[in-house]
Write a protein that binds this ligand. Structure first.
Ligand code: 4NP
Length: 155
């Protein structure tokens, strides 16, 4: 059984597709499966935002095959780790949890980089390409730490 990790944001087209692509690129595929979802329903079946595809491509990562999904309660059983991008995602996902075991799977992704600070990955959707560059950088740094910890723990 692989270790299953889910990245969650609001739309599943900007931040969580980058987080999925980045973490997957840092982990061996035979042991780890990385996926992403949005708390919202608007972009189900859609490709990531062109600006996320562009910043990933610029950094040698292809995320264009990803398709939008909505987070569901079954995801608490399907995934071992659930990383959310911001406070709103955190509250929305926790509100769907049925017990403490499910709640304990949910973590703010930047707490790996800035422990205990509960820093949000800013939503770049309404901004410029610059916002996507900075989101990419912070996700790259935090995914480095996550990958290192997961590899140590599970191999
Ligand atoms: P994401 O960004 O949560 O990083 O995918 C957003 C994308 C779309 C919307 C909001 C945030 N939207 O409202 O459609």
């Amino acid at each position: 059984m692989p270790v299953n990790i889910l990245m969650v944001c609001l739309g599943n087209i900007c931040r969580s597709p980058l987080a999925e692509g980045l973490l997957a690129s840092k982990l061996p595929k035979d042991t780890f499966f990385v996926d992403s979802a949005g708390t919202g329903h608007w972009h189900i079946g859609k490709k990531p935002d062109d600006r996320s595809i562009a910043v990933a491509r610029k950094n040698g990562l292809d995320i264009s095959n990803q398709r939008g999904k909505q987070f569901t309660t079954e995801d608490f059983d399907r995934y071992d780790y659930i990383y959310v991008m911001d406070h709103t995602n955190y509250n929305d996902v926790l509100a769907m949890a049925k017990n403490d075991a499910q709640k304990s799977k949910v973590k703010m992704i930047l707490n790996e980089l800035f422990p205990g600070e509960n820093v949000d990955v800013p939503d770049p959707y309404y901004g410029s390409q610059f916002g996507f560059d900075s989101v990419y950088e912070m996700l790259d740094e935090t995914c480095d730490i996550i990958a290192k910890k997961l590899i140590e723990k599970h191999s």
